[in-house]
Write a protein that binds this ligand. Structure first.
Ligand code: PMP
Length: 443
């Protein structure tokens, strides 16, 4: 008789479920994004690149669970492998071969991945990269890009919400706290640099030359503006780290999809450590961090002095490992090139739509992802890409239009993350929808 227990026979609307959710979950949601007013749409099922909500509305999905689904939904080979694993159990305290096979697959892909460890999320992966860097160097501070998103670890989220009222002088961007009550110590230990600005970044790093454990770099940082890091910029940071005894750490949680070996494949210099997540879990919770053997030794329990003790109840669980391995096997070099080519084709078509509608819209991105900006010149820095409140309102209206009228889902910055389930048909739908949207909203 408990009214809170869902009756399976009772068919309810998203609105009803949301009202119940609000009683138990703050704001009714567990993730603050992808929320379309007036309530979230609860999903019934999904297949390939289409998602169907419980009202029966089918939508074309360019969000792909925040960029995590490289093959779209319910790929039969992943589903079969996972079901087979689940029948045998899901987590055992002791290790499984699934973990070792996935480790080898990923290490074989990227030359800099000499050793790897698995965790359960991208947040954890970035956290572990920071802690491994500290353990290795014996230093406490990290440097990160203004506005960059690296998950929900205190240090990694500093400056994530930097805006004109608090971001400070560009020569010394503020260590802006994201959450109320962030320890001052955490803020003191995070040095913020302006992305793609070589001179200012090096000058800022120089001020802390012997204190920085690692410089954290996302090679195509979504919240900064989804613009690729300029090769000269990445190389300058690399050189600075060599000179000053710091590590170069890449956050490739999103960007590993960009090339066969991640976005790092596109640079002449290699990071010492890399955080991974999203697509390497094949649709299941995952994270990993990989890098130089001598650094990863800080995690080795056989060492007489264990510098970074690390564990996790569900780390390397065989379900995520199996799904991830099958997903990445399917995402081989040929599949990566094909998906990137399809995405570039979509960009060409969207550029045509921008021209036809004659709107000031530009596109940034890399590989199988891109983001639209409501300005005619593509931004290269965070402050250039920053959207004021007025622009944000317009973007939200556009997202709602796409969601309700065009039946298309995407990430809430007007970013699209492609999957191998997509074909020419889907990019035609997308570019037509953008054309309709540009004509209607005229940014
Ligand atoms: N780093 C980047 C660049 C991300 O985009 C994200 C997630 N969007 C994370 C880290 C955190 O990953 P997770 O949500 O799996 O904790």
């Amino acid at each position: 008789d408990n009214p809170h227990i869902l009756s399976r026979k009772q068919k309810r609307s998203s609105e009803e479920i949301y009202n119940q959710a609000c009683q138990f979950i703050p704001g009714g949601v567990s993730r603050n994004t992808l929320f379309h007013e007036p309530y979230p749409h609860y999903i019934s099922h999904a297949s390939g690149c289409y998602v169907t909500d419980i009202e029966g509305v089918q939508r074309l999905d360019f969000a792909n669970n925040m960029a995590a689904l490289i093959h779209g939904h319910a790929h039969p080979k992943i589903v079969d492998a996972v079901i087979e694993q689940i029948r045998k159990g899901t987590a055992y305290t002791l290790a499984t071969e699934a973990e070792v096979l996935h480790a080898q697959l990923l290490c074989d892909r990227a030359p800099g991945f000499e050793k790897i460890r698995f965790v359960n999320s991208g947040t954890e992966a970035v956290m572990a990269v920071i802690k491994a860097s500290r353990a290795y160097t014996g230093r406490a501070k990290i440097a990160k890009a203004e506005g960059a998103y690296h998950g929900t670890y205190d240090y990694a989220e500093v400056s994530q919400n930097a805006n004109p009222t608090n971001w400070g002088d560009i020569n010394h961007p503020n260590s802006v706290p994201l959450a109320n009550g962030t320890p001052q110590g955490a803020l003191n230990d995070v040095i913020v640099y302006p992305y793609n600005d070589i001179e200012r970044t090096i000058a800022i790093l120089d001020e802390h030359a012997d204190e920085i454990a690692c410089v954290l770099v996302d090679p195509v940082p979504h919240r900064v503006g989804l613009m690729p890091g300029k090769p000269e910029f990445i190389e300058a940071i690399y050189k600075w780290t060599r000179k000053n005894g710091a590590l170069l750490a890449f956050d490739e949680v999103v960007t590993f999809r960009v090339s066969y070996a991640g976005a790092q494949q596109n640079y002449t210099v290699k990071p010492d450590l890399t955080a991974l997540g999203k697509i390497i879990g094949g649709g299941f919770p995952v994270g990993a961090f990989a890098g130089r053997s001598d650094i990863m030794k800080v995690l080795d329990p056989r060492e007489s002095k264990l510098l970074f003790p690390h564990s996790g109840t569900f780390s390397a669980n065989p379900v995520s490992m199996t799904a991830g391995r099958v997903a990445m096997e399917l995402f081989d070099e040929k599949a990566v090139l094909k998906l990137n080519a399809l995405t570039q084709k979509a960009i060409v078509q969207i550029r045509e739509a921008i021209q036809i509608a004659d709107v000031p819209v530009s596109i940034t991105g890399a590989g199988s992802m891109f983001r639209l900006h409501l300005k005619s010149k593509a931004p290269t820095t965070y402050r250039e890409a920053y959207q004021n409140q007025e622009a944000k309102v317009l973007v939200n209206e556009m997202l709602d239009y796409l969601f309700y009228e065009e039946k298309i889902m995407m990430i809430n910055t007007l970013a699209c993350m492609f999957s191998t389930a997509m074909t020419q048909k889907e990019i035609d739908i997308l570019s037509q929808a953008f054309l309709n949207m540009f004509k209607r909203f005229k940014p």
